[in-house]
Design a protein around this ligand. Sequence first.
Ligand code: SF4
Length: 266
Amino acid sequence: MVDSFGRKINYLRISVTDRCNLRCIYCMPPEGVKLIDHGKILTYDQIADFTRVAVSKGIDKVRITGGEPLVRKNIATLVKMLSSIQGIKDLSMTTNGILLEEYAHTLKESGLMRVNVSLDTMDPAKYKEVTRGGDLFAVLRGLVAAKAAGLSPVKINCVVEQNRHEADAVDVAGFTDKMGYQVRFIPKMDLESGSFGVVDGGNGGDCAACNRLRLTPSGMLKPCLFNDMELDILSLGYATAIEAAIAAKPSKGKCNHTGNFYNIGG
Ligand code: SF4
């Protein structure tokens, strides 16, 4: 699929839940969040059926995100369903890694190819503070399990204030070098104000080369993260929603007043 700016759109990011087992300070407000009713969350059959249509139109790269995808029940079942769709060349997941030690092998056996794990600091106390209670060592064990399971490459998503020269980012880079993981530095984003930057070591945030669509847990298809536009795949129909999203995809992001990172999936 090619949008009206000549960009090839082949990447679908699927947020399977707005729930998470962490409360990162730059993602979730201290007072907590109003979660989507269970009844409004897409079923695995709906997600797989939608993805099959999207693949028939040119999507070949799929990423499972959240919230935290590993807190959704039987997530390996969805991985198996997606990995059986002919035409998907790259099936990955973004996770905070807290439950990865438990799931890595099952995910690999179900057809997952690789993982991105969020890690902003190597300091256990600071990690606990940034995630409001997370255990850094659980993530480190999860990374080892991911590599042992054959998920490859194992990539680290490191959120930075500005850039990779910050002390925590330098520590994370040193760690990933030593362990043979790949690291990407994601400048902090703000949906409301529309502040975002290009991912250092990746291609997110580069509007001129944007290749992605996003599906929210409640079935809204978003042409752009930094835009309020969303299309209801259930009322429009899968094919119509995809065509409309491609036609409406903006040249670049501005701001988003309707969504949140935990229910769009970054
Ligand atoms: S802001 Fe929108 S157009 Fe720009 S890279 Fe992100 S999703 Fe693509």
